[in-house]
Design a protein around this ligand. Structure first.
Ligand SMILES: *Cc1c(COP(=O)(O)O)cnc(C)c1O
Length: 471
């Protein structure tokens, strides 16, 4: 048989005419169905050629297979998944999830027209940043604020506006690389600022910055949060407050790329003092920038806060037009910032804040409830509540472990790696954690409604194993 089977692969139009696919015409457009059939046939052809598939079914069978795959995978490449990894800001899973209320608000703004750049009082052109500047200032204590597309853009814009052609001192211990090829020294060069490296990898003293100011003519001191690694041992770095003390008399700026920043001290069990934006501005930072979708728990965005004269210059930079934030992100950010006015509201409605605040007992209670539900709804699989260590993730708070809980799953007849894979191939994929040859469903990152979907996914996978056993 072998490659002869290629000739038996049904034509696209023949498949589209089969009942199984005709039945999906209500839920999918014709083009989506055609695309799904094409993709399926490409896979089938490749499988026949490499010998993994020997025989091709009838058009009815093939069409039923395509329909099943489509039902499982949906029509879109980008789609929702369940985060059961226990990593709160999972870079590969879209970082911060928006809460339901915030997502509803975004949908409303997106669905129709909005006053994005329209002043409703005066009936004339308005400014997109006006919607958010006041509330950011309110929750951060800043004089002025500005928002762009992401924090990488914010760092670039800050340096390009305030430091072009001027020396900027950066500690050698803070010349970091962030995921996606964002390297501080290269960004500096591209922005037109002149990098003045100070200190050593592990230790930078105030006197190193002092020399950069007095001997090398530095016009700004830039601090970069070492957000995705920790240095332990014989280390030293200099605080914003100390930098401000030497920068002010020299007429230099103190800038801080903070990356992941909380709006107020997060209630993370076991975690001590954290820098907040408000504190850094009080300590004398002139401009601080941070991500909207890391610890701030909102949409992608780069938020710049600080001195009004400097933020005004940043607003006037032509580059802002290239880095400008979209209306959907702006809507999410405005509502999130409003929620931060009241810590209770924030803890309830901002998922990242809520998830980080969960202590071990809260996680265990959730894991026990899920475990019981699995016992009732998915007979015949192994399940056990375990203590685990969760992570903040998103290149923030490296080394900080959160005491959490999980349900370890075992499906008889299925290796852990295969179970993990099959849980990714269900209508709402469940991304689990593989640990010591076990599949863990970590509960900290589950959202409302996810428990039921996890049970459905487990039932579907278990059914698949059973029917394989029979045939
Ligand atoms: C994450 C991060 C960035 C990049 O922010 P994005 O919002 O991903 O563009 C820049 N600097 C630091 C220190 C970061 O942690």
């Amino acid at each position: 048989m072998g490659k002869e089977a290629l000739k038996l692969i049904p034509k696209v139009d023949v498949l589209l005419a089969q009942d199984a696919l005709q039945g999906l015409e209500q839920d999918y457009t014709h083009d989506q169905l055609r695309e799904a059939v094409r993709a399926y046939l490409d896979g089938l052809r490749a499988a026949v050629l490499d010998g993994t598939v020997q025989e091709v079914g009838t058009p009815e069978q093939v069409a039923a297979d395509v329909a099943n795959t489509l039902r499982r995978r949906g029509a879109y490449s980008l789609r929702p998944v369940i985060n059961a990894t226990g990593v709160v800001l999972h870079t590969n899973l879209g970082r911060a999830p928006l809460g339901h209320e915030v997502a509803q608000h975004v949908a409303q703004v997106a669905e129709g027209y909005s006053n994005l750049e329209y002043n409703l009082e005066r009936g004339e052109r308005g400014i997109r940043y006006a919607h958010i500047e006041k509330v950011i200032c309110e929750v951060t204590g800043a004089e002025a604020a500005m928002v762009v597309n992401n924090n990488a853009g914010a760092v670039f814009l800050m340096l390009n506006t305030l430091c072009q052609g001027q020396g900027v001192a950066v500690s050698r211990g803070e010349e970091v690389e962030i995921g996606g090829a964002f390297r501080v020294p290269e960004i500096m060069v591209r922005s037109g600022a002149n990098l003045i490296e100070v200190g050593t990898t592990n230790k930078t003293h105030l006197s190193d910055y002092q020399r950069a100011l007095s001997e090398q003519g530095a016009k700004a001191l830039l601090k970069v949060h070492t957000s995705n690694f920790v240095m332990v041992g014989f280390t030293e770095n200099v605080s914003v407050a100390e930098l401000a003390q030497i920068a002010k008399p020299a007429g230099a700026l103190v800038l801080y790329d903070m990356g992941a920043a909380p709006l107020y001290p997060l209630q993370i069990p076991g975690l001590g003092q954290q820098d907040t934006i408000k504190g850094l501005l009080k300590d004398g930072a002139d401009v601080v920038c941070f991500s909207g979708d890391k610890l701030a728990g909102s949409a992608q965005g780069g938020i710049l806060v600080g001195r009004k004269d400097l933020i005004d210059r940043i607003k006037k930079n032509q580059l802002t037009r290239m880095l400008r934030i979209d209306k959907m992100s702006l809507a999410a950010l405005e509502m999130t910032m409003q929620l931060y006015r009241d810590p209770k509201q924030a803890a309830e409605k901002i998922p990242v804040v809520r998830m980080l605040a969960m202590d071990a007992e809260a996680c265990r209670a959730h894991a026990r409830a899920l475990d019981e539900r699995i016992a009732n709804e998915v007979p015949g699989i192994g399940h056990q509540v375990l203590d685990v260590q969760d992570e903040v993730g998103g290149g923030s708070m490296p080394g900080v472990m959160l005491d959490g809980a999980a349900v370890a799953i075992d499906v008889p007849g299925l290796a852990a790696a295969e179970l993990e894979r099959r849980l990714r191939d269900v209508p709402k994929p469940v991304i689990t954690r593989l640990y010591k040859d076990r599949v863990l469903v970590c509960v900290r990152t589950l959202q409302e409604g996810d428990d039921g979907l996890v049970c459905e996914a487990l039932a579907e996978v278990a059914r698949g194993v059973n029917t394989e056993g029979i045939s």
